[in-house]
Design a protein around this ligand. Structure first.
Ligand code: MN9
Length: 293
């Protein structure tokens, strides 16, 4: 049985830095990882939506998995998001991160073609059949179009190879139902702006994009929540949400990369077809977000 304790807590979903030639900026990623390890994050979620994973080539995805493991070593927990539409490709990434020594894999449900639930189920079971790492299901109905119910989840979580769910959804009733049905599995809150709600409905931690530059707020919130200091935790959530509201206005990834650039991390810009941030929006982020960090 997998020890789930090393999976509880705060996991930045790492962004991918690009240099002027639109290549991965390895130095910038290393600097951000060190910064977050110092803050005391539990681990990193590598190659997820936030990493622009679906805009990277296979080689680039592999480059990121390799690089992050090389930098982190055994200092914290590493979860690789290996999700792809194709089962074969998902397995290929899974085999790679297993050989690199990752702690777990995660995968979004195959999307776009509106696969049947039976197809999705077979996809996940084929993946865990081939890979000897615990699997964390990535439930993200807004982007994947697949909304997993508690009944669906039971078919996975009753199998010990599935250790939990990254729940990027505002269905908090669903989250509570998952946690109540599987108290010993691990559930992550996916939307940072509702982190405290997630904790109160059973989340064991969070995986989030804004943690890249404000992990300390979420670490503190979880600590205060555990000490039952709910109004103090809420005050931090309110500050975080002023920041997140500003990011949503300009495009979350564009805004996050701008913040990192302002903090000296050299993350470049988002990859096309995402639109680069305008001068006006950059200034707006500088004015609204930076003073709140
Ligand atoms: O990994 C992230 N989800 C997406 C979780 O990027 C789609 C979140 O951290 C959001 O970016 C964040 C802002 O809505 O909560």
């Amino acid at each position: 049985m997998t020890d789930v304790n090393k999976f509880k807590g705060i996991f930045p979903a790492l962004l991918t830095p690009f240099n002027e030639k639109d290549e991965i900026n390895e130095k910038a990623l290393e600097k951000l990882i060190e910064y977050n390890i110092q803050k005391g994050v539990t681990g990193f979620y590598v190659g997820g939506s936030t990493a622009e994973a679906f805009l990277l080539s296979d080689e680039e995805r592999l480059q990121v998995y390799r690089l992050v493991k090389e930098i982190v070593g055994k200092r914290c927990t590493l979860i690789a998001h290996i999700g792809c539409i194709s089962t074969g490709q998902t397995i290929m990434f899974g085999e790679c991160v297993q050989s690199l020594g990752y702690d777990a894999v995660s995968a979004v449900a195959p999307f776009y073609y509106k696969f049947t639930f039976d197809e999705i189920k077979k996809h996940y079971f084929d993946v865990v059949e081939h890979i000897d790492l615990p699997m964390l299901i990535y439930n993200f109905p807004a982007f994947s179009g697949v909304n997993l119910t508690t009944e669906n989840l039971k078919l996975f979580l009753n199998d010990e190879r599935f250790i939990g769910v990254k729940h990027t959804s505002n269905d908090y009733f669903g989250l509570e139902q998952f946690k109540t049905a599987f108290p010993h599995k691990v559930f992550y809150n996916g939307f940072d702006e509702m982190f405290l709600a997630g904790l109160s409905m059973g989340a064991d931690g969070g995986i989030g994009s804004t943690y890249n530059f404000m992990a300390e707020k979420f670490i503190k919130m979880q600590q205060l929540f555990n000490e039952e200091k709910h109004s103090e935790a809420f005050e931090i959530q309110q500050i975080a949400n002023k920041i997140i509201a500003a990011l949503i206005k300009v495009g979350v990834f564009q805004g996050e990369k701008a913040v990192l650039n302002m903090l000296g991390f050299d993350f470049g810009d988002v990859r096309a077809p995402f639109e680069k941030i305008s001068k006006e929006n950059y200034d707006y982020i500088e004015k609204t977000v930076i003073p709140l960090l």
